[in-house]
Design a protein around this ligand. Sequence first.
Ligand code: DX5
Ligand code: ZN
Length: 218
Amino acid sequence: MRLAPSVLSADFTRLGEQLDVLTASGVDCIHYDVMDGDFVPALSFGDTILKNIKDRCGDKLFLDAHLMVTEPARFVEVFRKAGADNITVHAEACKHIDRSLQAVIDSGAQAGIALNPGTPLEMISEVIHKVDLVLIMSVNPGFGGQKYIEYCTDKIARLSKWKKDLGLDFSIQVDGGVSPANVKKILDAGADNIVAGSAVFKNDIAANCADFREIMHF
Ligand code: DX5
Ligand code: ZN
């Protein structure tokens, strides 16, 4: 089980301090949401902050870049150079999914493929054997703090069954609206990697991590 706090919800004036609280709380991964104002409505950040995080705690944190950008293959090298250990691209954002995933694989990063809530699992059937991670979005991407979309739980369960049937071992990551209140049903459906932004960074980070850890045992 892995908890991947999304730094989108961090206080960037205190980022280093907040990362230290996370690592002291047993967290070993950071989720880094890149938004381009085109694939999703909002803008977030580029590679500079990722590089800063890498320099400060790259030995303690696995860096998971979630590229919510149109034609993400254009940015794979940039984020890999900045320190991304995993790079996830959206199936909906690539004209050529195989080519985009191959660019990630060739960069030496682990490769993730993301699906929006309304995108069927079948969209990735031909490339599923190439990936290290499948990201099931449980909100429409673009903003932190949205409500978990309930029908996604069934999609996670279907992906988990599909993975077993195929004998594959990719990670199943879920992103959007996850909190200690609903994480158990998401894990029960088959997820092993949980992204959480507002539920980790609001108020007391250490206490929030402890609440997740009690259920997730990371
Ligand atoms: C949404 C991003 C998420 C976001 C999650 O587009 O991909 O990673 O930070 O935030 P919460 O956990 O607050 O829904
Ligand atoms: Zn994300």
